[in-house]
Design a protein around this ligand. Structure first.
Ligand SMILES: *Cc1c(COP(=O)(O)O)cnc(C)c1O
Length: 360
């Protein structure tokens, strides 16, 4: 069986080693006589899986002790509502930075719950850059400042952490969490859907400073009240058990690779191969300002869009799939998360070079 070179933006490729281990444990996890999907979430086996996953995530990201780690359901889109419900804390204004499709979705949803102040936007140049903090018009007593630290569709990534003083910084890190070390203490709250860079869809990770929880709006569903979930070890409702298990295997895989500092080195090297080629090419273009380019999601365009179809077809014939850009921006996008090896990116660039040469 040949595995595809999968550039999907999400759900995305997982490390083969993890999938093989999961397959070998499908019918019988550690001599329990059960597969993980069949286990009670209250049983000792699953409680061990859950606790190890949390401990490994805490180790990988060096999460300080005063932060809660929650394994929830609902995805990042649900968090767009759950964040204001939990984080307004009696305040009426939240600041949002608009850097593209995912920020726009967060802003639209937050408007149901509070006054949203869009403190900066890069819409003026087609979301090709991240507005520098000097241009942000922050609200003095905002409940929080929200950013999307990696715009999965547009291909923008913060290479710096905003300074928000006493106002908590909230980040949607769905598509680059665990791709690089992060100073968690700079954030009030980090959230991420698992299906980009961690594991299966269905698991949502929330990392929140403990003094910020406990003041959710009274209408907040209990399953989405961070305080109630923290008090119940994320088991107020049934957690997405199999997704937690796979995420836990991915965390162990990351530790085995050398942790996030090593993974970051590899991700820098992978992205460089692709961006260097794009910058040298007369045929393909990267629409994003150099300093703000994402290491995880690389959008690019053919100067002659009429060749898009032929390009995708040729790629598929070589086993390279899911390179079509998001319908809102067109062109191509290569998502090169942790599980994509350098060889996959090299193969893509070799194909692009050959395609360009053929058209010249
Ligand atoms: C994929 C993605 C989402 C949406 O996640 P869902 O699991 O569909 O809710 C939100 N934000 C970012 C940055 C994403 O990449």
């Amino acid at each position: 069986m040949a595995r595809a070179i999968n550039f999907s933006a999400g759900p995305a490729a997982l490390p083969e080693e993890v999938l093989k281990l999961a397959a070998s444990e499908m019918l019988d996890w550690h001599n329990s006589g059960m597969g993980v999907m069949e286990m009670s979430h209250r049983g000792k086996e699953f409680i061990q899986i859950h606790a190890e996953a949390e401990a490994d995530l805490r180790e990988l990201l060096a999460i300080p002790a005063n932060y809660k780690v929650l394994f929830l359901q609902g995805g990042a889109i649900a968090e767009n509502a759950i964040v204001p419900m939990n984080m307004l804390r009696g305040r009426s204004v939240a600041d949002y930075v608009d850097t593209g499709e995912w920020s726009k979705k967060s802003i639209k949803e937050a408007k149901k719950y509070c006054n949203v102040n869009v403190v900066a936007s890069s819409q003026d140049r087609g979301y090709s850059y991240i507005p520098p903090q000097s241009s942000w018009k922050l609200t003095k007593d905002a409940a929080y400042v929200h950013i999307c630290s990696n715009e999965t569709i547009g291909g923008l990534e913060y290479q710096w952490v905003p300074q928000t003083g006493d106002v908590p910084l909230v980040a949607d890190m769905s598509s680059h969490i665990l791709s690089r070390p992060v100073d968690v203490s700079r954030y009030g709250l980090i959230y991420a859907g698992a299906q980009k860079n961690i594991g299966p869809a269905g698991l949502t990770i929330v990392i929140v400073r403990d003094d910020l929880i406990g003041q959710a709006l009274p209408v907040t569903p209990s399953a989405f009240d961070y305080k109630q979930q923290a008090e119940n070890d994320s088991m107020l409702n049934t957690p997405p058990t199999y997704a937690v298990y796979i995420a836990g295997l991915v965390f162990k895989w990351l530790k085995k690779q050398g942790g996030l500092a090593e993974i970051e080195k590899r991700n820098i090297a992978k992205a460089k191969v692709l961006y260097d080629y794009l910058d040298a090419s007369k045929f393909f273009i990267s629409p994003i300002d150099k300093g703000d380019r994402s290491r995880m999601n690389v959008p690019f365009k053919l100067k002659d869009e009429s060749l898009d179809g032929a390009f995708l077809k040729g790629a598929e014939a070589l086993g390279m799939v899911q390179l079509k850009g998001h319908r809102s921006v067109g062109g191509m996008r290569a998502s090169i998360y942790n599980a994509m090896p350098l060889e996959g990116v090299q193969k893509l660039v070799a194909y692009m070079r050959e395609f360009e040469a053929k058209q010249a």
